[in-house]
Design a protein around this ligand. Structure first.
Ligand code: HEM
Length: 490
């Protein structure tokens, strides 16, 4: 049979192809496990024969969620020159500006964000509030200009669609995403004048690839990760009186305009961020594919096997009361009691090895300023029955109000407090505040069905989007199979 006919034969018999294909992947394992501990993670993640990427269902799904940026999405690219160039570009774009310059942009966008609030007290959702703020900051950092309200609407809609598709509560909409992509291409027309590109070596990168790279890395990954990180952190801060007292004490002792140097020295804020990432690591799992069979600790890993790294599990292994949010455990004395010496692989929210996150320092610094600025100006009340899980599928319901200085704007403070309580009770009475589903848009069969059931509970049987995890899963499966056939025919 010719290759062509063989390809057609497989095309007509998807199920058979699926069986043959899955048999080729000899073994998938998850670490840490009883044989491979966190001590082994470093050597596995640096092993040149375990650097494969982009050739499995998990990565195909990530690419699908990141459409139209998926094909050049840095996280899913195979290691090699193309990936190396894009990684270099990301780093130079993230670290071109001084911290003071970045902070100035954060503060000015924060002011605009506050001014754009229609009311000084209202119910909302933390994702919906935080996401546009982060978009406007990234936009100005990259394109040296403020985002217009029309552009913000386009970017927000596109990124919300990506965020919700990944969470399995929406279907992918090409229409809303294309608008953002077109705008990014438009912005890149002024590339020679843009600050962040001045130090970047762009000669080998076509404009279209550059637009996709920026859309995928900065607006998809960057905005979504930062929004989630800040959301998790704020939930824990505002729900914990001791943490709030500590932060308030620091603010009261400092001068009204707090400099970056002062924020940087306030170590308790680092402990809060560490604890947030320890308990709510944004990556539940990542994967690497074995490119050449090898044996590690008498486990034979055949070519094609996939190794999953479970971040949540690692982050809970070495602590007393691992499920409680306790920033003080990161202080010197506490760390000695809780975890005598953390090795490199025991706290890895930004990954490990040559493919670790290039934005670690940038994200920490940016988040510190944003969290601090929000805490100083805003009061957030979170319903007591909200269940805080790592994936928070539908964001966090909140009562949003301005605090301290801003409160003086009201003539009658008493009535504000009453209103806040009333709004909070109305949120608490709404059904189903969050569901625990620890699956990427239901990529496993169990995850898919759990999501459908949760969506049905939330949206009701009549809503089509309740079935979005199933539809998404079927679409990804078909795309993956077609790519495998194409590969086979080549
Ligand atoms: C709290 C926020 C963030 C967390 C927890 C985080 C976490 C991670 C992790 C764990 C990886 C490694 C994945 C792996 O090993 O397979 C990664 C990779 C990556 N992250 Fe982040 N990230 C965050 C924010 C950001 C931001 C703000 C950006 C960009 C502006 C970014 C861009 C990237 C890129 C491009 C990669 C791929 C690196 C490569 O393969 O070369 N991340 N991130």
């Amino acid at each position: 049979m010719t290759d062509d006919k063989l390809g057609n034969f497989y095309l007509l018999s998807f199920p058979l192809f699926f069986l043959i294909h899955t048999r080729r992947i000899e073994m998938n394992i998850e670490i840490p496990n009883e044989k491979l501990f966190d001590k082994d993670i470093e050597s596995i993640f640096e092993n040149p024969n375990i650097q494969g990427r982009g050739d499995n269902y998990f990565r195909e799904a990530i690419r699908y969620f990141h459409w139209p940026y998926g094909e050049v999405h840095q996280e899913s690219l195979k290691s090699g020159d193309f990936h190396k160039n894009l990684r270099r570009l990301t780093i130079s774009m993230l670290y071109t500006n001084s911290q003071d310059y970045v902070n100035k942009i954060i503060w000015s966008n924060f002011e605009d964000w506050i001014k754009s609030r229609e009311s000084l007290i209202f119910t909302s959702n933390l994702f919906i509030e935080i996401r546009p703020l982060i978009i406007s900051i990234f936009f100005e950092l990259l394109f040296d200009q403020k985002i217009s309200s029309a552009q913000l609407r386009i970017y927000n809609e596109a990124i919300a669609n990506m965020h919700n598709t990944m969470k399995g509560i929406a279907l992918r909409s090409k229409k809303v995403r294309v608008k953002m992509y077109e705008d990014i291409q438009q912005q890149l027309k002024n590339i020679n004048q843009l600050q962040v590109f001045k130090s970047a070596k762009l000669q080998d990168i076509p404009q279209e690839t550059l637009a996709k790279h920026i859309g995928g890395v900065f607006f998809h990954t960057g905005v979504v990760q930062t929004t989630e990180f800040i959301t998790h952190t704020l939930v824990e801060i505002y729900r914990n009186q001791e943490i709030k007292d500590n932060l308030r004490q620091f603010i009261q002792q400092s001068s009204p305009v707090i400099s970056w140097e002062v924020i940087e020295q306030y170590k308790y804020l680092d402990y809060i961020l560490n604890e947030s990432l320890r308990l709510f690591p944004l990556f539940g799992k990542t994967d690497r594919q074995v490119t050449k069979s090898l044996t590690i600790k008498d486990i034979l890993l055949k070519e094609g096997s996939i190794i999953y790294l479970n971040f949540s599990l690692i982050h809970k292994l070495h602590w007393n009361e691992p499920d409680s949010f306790n920033p003080s455990r990161w202080g010197k004395n506490q760390t000695q009691i809780d975890s005598p010496k953390l090795s490199k692989a025991q706290f890895i929210p930004f990954g490990i090895g040559s493919r670790k996150c290039p934005a670690e320092t940038f994200t920490y610094n940016m988040t510190k300023v944003i969290v601090f600025t929000i805490f100083k100006r805003i009061n957030l009340s979170i319903p007591s029955n909200f269940i805080h899980t790592r994936r928070i599928p539908r964001g966090v319901p909140i009562v949003f109000s301005l605090n301290d200085d801003s409160r003086q704007l009201y003539s009658d403070e008493e009535s504000v407090l009453n209103l806040e309580n009333k709004l909070l009770i109305s949120l608490e009475n709404r059904h189903s505040l969050s569901y625990e589903v620890d699956e990427l848009a239901g990529l496993s069969i169990l995850g898919t069905f759990t999501k459908i059931i949760n969506n049905l509970k939330y949206y009701g049987i009549s809503n089509f989007s309740a079935f979005s995890p199933l539809i998404t899963r079927i679409q990804i499966w078909f795309i993956f199979q077609i790519k495998q056939i194409q590969k086979f025919r080549n």
